[in-house]
Design a protein around this ligand. Sequence first.
Ligand SMILES: CN(C)C(=N)NCCC[C@H](N)C(=O)O
Length: 288
Amino acid sequence: MPVEEFVAGWISGALGLVLGHPFDTVKVRLQTQTTYRGIVDCMVKIYRHESLLGFFKGMSFPIASIAVVNSVLFGVYSNTLLVLTATSHQERRAQPPSYTHIFLAGCTGGFLQAYCLAPFDLIKVRLQNQTEPRAQPGSPPPRYQGPVHCAASIFREEGPRGLFRGAWALTLRDTPTVGIYFITYEGLCRQYTPEGQNPSSATVLVAGGFAGIASWVAATPLDVIKSRMQMDGLRRRVYQGMLDCMVSSVRQEGLGVFFRGVTINSARAFPVNAVTFLSYEYLLRWWG
Ligand SMILES: CN(C)C(=N)NCCC[C@H](N)C(=O)O
């Protein structure tokens, strides 16, 4: 099994993650809290109360976990294509796989990465939602004092299954949308690249960026539900399950609730995935 795809997936994912984390914090707050009037209001409040560091809350765990999550995503995607089409990454420009194969390989990668991602994503969302400024002498400490403390507290208070809260919504969010992610990327690269050649850097950047936007727009409804399920149980359980969360969110906030955070999600998705695909492609060409 070729391992380069796993390593390239890890490095490219880490670069994208650092670039996109501040946007991600704003998105999570908008999806789960009702105190903000919009993106700008949320950004100003975070900056005023929590300083620039507020935007980077909850980033250390995703950085540590990206090695597993993104390498599973890209590694499983590429190796599934290898099984389906008997072509390696280098051979795929000359013998392009069908869109059905790309979609199936993307869904497989999305499904498996969701399981690795679930506990890390939960901890990230819980930490991002802590609105207290950095600990100051005399002020009460925030509920979670860091990722390890957060993981241990969830384990103690909610049991081992608590670490997988929201995992179903996450799996449903990622399985089809990662298929969309790779189809959009490949489709755009093929459109703007002469047959048999490698796409140029500009094409990779644009195709990666739009793949990010297309997949995140499709993912936003379940992203909202996933974030709410992950925050549920913090004080008391509000939702009986995913369906109950959907129904009560729509009852209280209307259908628009499914598109909470879609603008910031898209603004984040473009640069993150442009950089992710560019570094992924170049690392593989370099090693190839
Ligand atoms: C819509 N979804 C779930 C995706 N497209 N997932 C693939 C990876 C996305 C990238 N790490 C990011 O954080 O944007």
